[in-house]
Design a protein around this ligand. Structure first.
Ligand code: MN
Length: 250
């Protein structure tokens, strides 16, 4: 089995190192990741400038082949698949910080899995709740990631569906299959002045959301690993009859 690994924290992130090392026990792995952090860039694809694809021994992943790209996570998946061959599985992460609920549309970690899913490759996004912890420990999550990847290898995933996985801080108490919560970042816009006195603006945000039972946020905050199956079919089917009745004649 060939596994392509990407992320949005960049090729030098400790999260991708743990994931790649753990996965290499299960499969032939190769890493294609952004050269600098690309968190919150969503599913952007770079089409207005060229991209570089460079082998990177300095990522500290030897003997795992690792390549850095001066683009987005989705760019990494597109180039990785085209230049290195189609993988049997795509995994993204382990992200530093959760990607839950309403975060999914701007997460670069999740976007890599969306790109893989769009290309028909079974894909999984992994993120770690870093909470208030000073020391990041990706190892318990990396072990669980291998178990989940092994299940997907044997059972596959439905078309246009990927898994979004969030690990709790510390050793997980088990796994819960969850709904999406309302987790998101409450935007605030800071206004400052540059050295010339011209104002600039900085979008910041505090994570927030309801811990409704059965959701990703609920599970992770209680020490469980959360797995949410995500469909790329975003259409609101249940709303269509009402719209049809309003706008479609005959
Ligand atoms: Mn990130």
């Amino acid at each position: 089995m060939k596994v392509l690994i990407s992320n949005d924290d960049g090729i030098f992130s400790p999260g991708i190192k743990s994931l790649a090392r753990a996965m290499s026990k299960l499969a032939e792995v190769y890493v294609v990741a952004p050269d600098v952090e690309q968190s919150a860039v969503g599913h952007g694809i770079t089409v207005r400038r060229p991209l570089r694809f460079k082998h990177t021994a300095a990522a500290g992943l030897e003997p795992i082949p690792a390549y850095r790209v001066d683009g987005t996570p989705a760019d990494c998946v597109v180039l990785g698949v085209h230049l290195l061959g189609r993988p049997d599985l795509l995994v993204s992460g382990i992200n530093i910080g959760v990607n839950m609920g309403l975060d999914l549309t701007h997460s670069g970690t999740v976007a890599a899995a969306i790109e893989g899913t769009s290309l028909g490759i079974p894909s999984i996004a992994f993120s770690l709740d870093v909470g208030s912890r000073d020391v990041l420990d990706f190892e318990p999550g990396a072990l669980e990631a291998v178990r989940i990847a092994d299940w997907v290898r044997q059972n596959g995933l439905p078309p246009k569906v990927f898994l979004n996985v969030n690990f709790p801080a510390g050793k997980p108490r088990g796994i819960r299959i969850t709904e999406l919560s309302t987790h998101h970042y409450e935007d605030s816009v800071l206004k400052r002045e540059d050295p010339n006195g011209t104002p600039y603006y900085w979008i910041a945000g505090k994570p927030t959301g309801d811990e409704d039972e059965g959701t990703d946020l609920w599970a992770v905050r209680r020490g469980y690993t959360s797995i949410t199956p995500i469909s790329l079919d975003l259409a609101a089917h249940e709303f269509m009859p009402q719209l049809r009745a309003a706008f479609v004649d005959g």
